[in-house]
Design a protein around this ligand. Structure first.
Ligand SMILES: *C/C=C(C)/C=C/C=C(C)/C=C/C1=C(C)CCCC1(C)C
Length: 254
């Protein structure tokens, strides 16, 4: 009898055949793990400063893999959003993405002040988002707007502010190309998240299009695109710059 109870407890935490959100937690975990192995191994192959950039790419997907491991279990056990794990992951990985911007612009004069400014915007964005999803859920619209202020701050730096200017002045077409792809990730790829957040408002005007379960689906897709895709852009920047240094790629040709 006791065994049977124990078994049914285990079985309660099963991945149902129609739990598509659950699928994305499992796929997310495996994709982040595979990407980490790739970035870590490749960081040994590249030279000099690129080692650090690829190591950071690997850390971003590795930290995400660890949290997806927990989020998967949490989701199949409870069927609700693993909000704490989600935001713990983001508060570590988003600042590391700011570090990636800093590392690629450092040779062209990026200051540590720029890095801290971008990290401060990220923290504002994520703390406000967390409060809107948890403690102040009744005021989620207000907290979503406060969070968006942080997001717009990051967008400003990357599209118009000093990060943009440093890339523009670098005179390095390979860097400029990669920087502009990363800027598009921040503008389009990151915009996926506020759409997921809006699924909280299931009684509101979005009821017809979004359901609360869509939030995790949208966040999981956003994470895969942004963390792995962002890392791959850094990776190709490293490879292209090294090839050019060896004289195999002509200036201006990608
Ligand atoms: C790897 C994780 C990444 C790149 C996470 C990015 C998260 C955001 C850009 C979140 C933004 C939000 C808003 C702009 C408003 C609503 C609340 C958030 C936190 C979902």
């Amino acid at each position: 009898m006791a065994t049977q109870n124990f078994l049914s407890l285990l079985l309660a935490a099963e991945l149902k055949s129609n739990d598509y959100v659950g699928f994305t937690f499992f796929i997310g975990f495996m994709a982040m793990t595979a990407a980490s192995v790739f970035f870590f191994i490749e960081s040994n192959r590249v030279e000099g400063k690129w080692k650090t950039s690829l190591l950071v790419s690997g850390l971003i997907t590795f930290i995400a893999a660890a949290h997806y491991w927990y989020m998967r279990d949490y989701w199949i056990a409870n069927g609700t959003s693993p909000t704490q794990f989600r935001y713990i992951d983001w508060i570590l990985t988003v600042p590391l993405m700011c570090v990636e911007f800093y590392l690629i612009l450092k040779a062209f004069g990026a200051s540590i002040g720029l890095l801290w400014k971008m990290i401060a915007y990220s923290v504002l964005m994520l703390v406000a988002g967390y409060l809107g999803e948890t403690t102040f859920r009744d005021n989620s619209v207000l907290w979503g707007i406060i969070s968006t202020v942080g997001y717009v701050g990051i967008l400003y730096e990357v599209w118009l502010g000093s990060a943009k200017k440093l890339a523009g002045n670098s005179n390095d077409p390979i860097l400029q190309q990669a920087f502009s792809t990363l800027a598009w990730f921040v503008l389009v790829g990151w915009a996926i998240y506020p759409i997921g957040y809006m699924a909280i408002e299931t009684d509101g005007w979005l009821r017809a299009v979004l359901n609360i379960r869509d939030m995790d689906l949208i966040y999981n897709i956003g994470d895969a695109v942004n963390k792995i895709g962002f890392g791959l852009v850094i990776y190709s920047l490293a490879i292209n710059s090294m090839e050019r240094a060896k004289g195999r790629v002509k200036e201006g040709v990608m």
